[in-house]
Design a protein around this ligand. Structure first.
Ligand SMILES: [Zn+2]
Length: 141
């Protein structure tokens, strides 16, 4: 079984295939960005992390810590969670917008797709920077 904490995991491949099918272009695990996000959309300054629910301590049924060896697991999982948050903060401070996709979300493909498209193409004032003349709302004129 593939280790969920690694790269090119099954949930990550689901997201990649979906976005590729929708003709989005992205890069994988760029070394120059904090946390090496799983998918990066440079033109949009947007980054996606696909997180395994267990390894990244998601608050869902799949993310529950094991029942034994808690002294081992809890600090480890808490450390992962903190590192994730720090990396996302660092990216945001650099001007990136960050989306976390959880493993459990990849089981509902329609909802996931809607979330992904909304994240990538939803209303975002930064996208229109430098194009104000073309996108001036009528009530401002
Ligand atoms: Zn989850």
């Amino acid at each position: 079984m593939a280790r969920i904490g690694g790269k090119n995991t099954a949930p990550e491949m689901i997201v990649r295939r979906r976005l590729h099918g929708l003709s989005y272009r992205y890069r994988l695990h760029p070394v120059d960005l904090p946390g090496r996000p799983d998918l990066v959309f440079r033109g949009r300054n947007k980054a996606i992390f696909v997180h395994g629910c267990f390894w990244h301590a998601h608050d869902c049924a799949m993310g529950r810590p094991p029942k034994s060896r808690l002294h081992y697991w809890l600090p480890k999982l808490e450390g992962n969670r903190r590192r994730d948050a720090a990396q996302a903060d660092e990216l945001r401070a650099m001007g990136w917008t960050v989306l976390i996709v959880w493993q459990c979300q990849t089981k509902k493909l329609d909802e996931l797709t809607a979330d992904l498209v909304d994240f990538l193409d939803g209303e975002n004032p930064d996208r229109h920077r430098g194009a104000k003349a073309l996108f001036m709302p009528p009530d401002v004129v």
